[in-house]
Ligand binder design. Sequence first.
Ligand SMILES: Nc1ncnc2c1ncn2[C@@H]1O[C@H](COP(=O)(O)OP(=O)(O)OP(=O)(O)O)[C@@H](O)[C@H]1O
Length: 237
Amino acid sequence: MTDDIIRAHDIHAWYGSSHILHGIDFHLQRGETVGLLGRNGMGKSTLIRSLLGHVKQRSGRIELQQQAMSGARPYQAARLGIAYVPEGRGIFPNLTVRENLLMCARTGRDGTTAWDFERILQTFPRLAERLDNMGDQLSGGEQQMLSIGRALMTNPDAIILDEATEGLAPLIVEEIWRVIGIIRNSGLATMVVDRNYRKVMDQADRLVVLEKGRVVLEGDARQLRSDPSQIHQYLGV
Ligand SMILES: Nc1ncnc2c1ncn2[C@@H]1O[C@H](COP(=O)(O)OP(=O)(O)OP(=O)(O)O)[C@@H](O)[C@H]1O
């Protein structure tokens, strides 16, 4: 019996006639942090989107929370406690910060509410100062925090962060990484994609590297940190 929240075997995905993923095996265990690395266009977002049912043209076996979900739709993944913070946010611009958060409030699958409104405001002091602002009055960094806050309000078992720091100012980027550390230490299973591979390596327990839609390297983050030459080779840094 495994404790995998996501388990996938031989995933292929296509956009039209472009074959993007070529037989990927992937898993995310309860409580672990996995960093997904790879240069631009190697298929990281497509893998996430395939696992969660956003890419229709896909094949392979997917289990979410140990249930067969190969044909899952995005709402089913969300119901199974897998929260997704996509690249480019996804908040309601015409609702206030408070409304954006409260509309997501949900009890976790285990019946507990570890992440409630108060805890979100403690975690994101900037949001606490902007509760009555509309979503579209926030800076890009604040919108990203709100997006992560909304995901946490659902009390998920896993959270997937795709390029959460993309395009943000350095101070805000630091703030987002601080929050990713808090999320990780809270025991929530986390999957992180980010251009800053050093930060990903620091935060992750396990690393998975994609190249042209295939897993080319996978391993314990501590080991790969001690000899980063392999990572450097695939990331071209
Ligand atoms: N909606 C789409 N339609 C057609 N092709 C797409 C689409 N989305 C992505 N692609 C292509 O699929 C390939 C993989 O893209 P993907 O976004 O998964 O890569 P990535 O590793 O997440 O990189 P990035 O950091 O640039 O987002 C790329 O060649 C990209 O151009």
